[in-house]
Structures are given as C-alpha cells and as structure tokens.
Design a protein around this ligand. Sequence first.
Ligand SMILES: [Zn+2]
Ligand SMILES: [Zn+2]
Length: 130
Amino acid sequence: MERNTLGQRSTRQRDVIAEVIRTAAGPLTVQEILARAQADVHGLGVATVYRTLKLLQEGEQVRTVILPTGETRYEAAGLGHHHHFHCRVCDEVYDLDACPVRLPESRAIAPGFVVESHELTFYGTCRRCA
Ligand SMILES: [Zn+2]
Ligand SMILES: [Zn+2]
C-alpha cells in the first residue's frame, strides 16, 4: 500500500516536471523547473527534480542544453533543429524556430571543411525587455 502511494506520487512528480519542460518557451534551469513544478507538487525538493530529470533523460523525453556560458538547462527531446536566444536583461532563454545559417550546397565552409552540424546562441533583449 505504502509503496503504491509513493509510486503514484513519483509518477505525478514526473508528469508535472515533464509538462513544465514541454510547455516552456525555451530550455529551463533546474531552479526554474523547481519553482514552476512546486505550484503543482507541494513540498517538491531540488533532489527530486534532479532525480526526475535523470529518469526523463533516460526515457529520452528530455535533453540537456549546455549554453556557451557553461550553464546547463533542460528542454524537451525531439524538438528538431533550433537555436536559443538568451535575454541579457531577464536571463530567460527562448527557443527560436528560424535558422539563419545559409551554407553553400557543398556544405563546405572553407576548402576541405565540410559542415555536419552547428550550434548557435543569440544574445540580446527579448520582446518583454526591449
Ligand atoms: Zn528579457
Ligand atoms: Zn541552425
């Protein structure tokens, strides 16, 4: 009985955390995930968030994003090719759908250097802070 109650609680925590990440405007920090999930899960602690993020990564529902600053954030897996916009004012990170990179058809960026992938992070002010 006890085990069942605990199991239901952890399933609910996992669902809430997955939903917080899935509905975010961009990748979130652990503290942001914790703050948003606490609205639905009373008494949720940071250790549980870390443990749940590990499970969600193993289940390929969530992936880590490591920004050029070295900060680790979490986003839904399977979003497809996209980039991030980091607002310098509010520190929020947003997903951008548009990719501004235009490579030549050969994908060679210099003679003998063929591009297979790229990562880009934009910095500036978001629409709320502009
Ligand atoms: Zn902003
Ligand atoms: Zn791109």
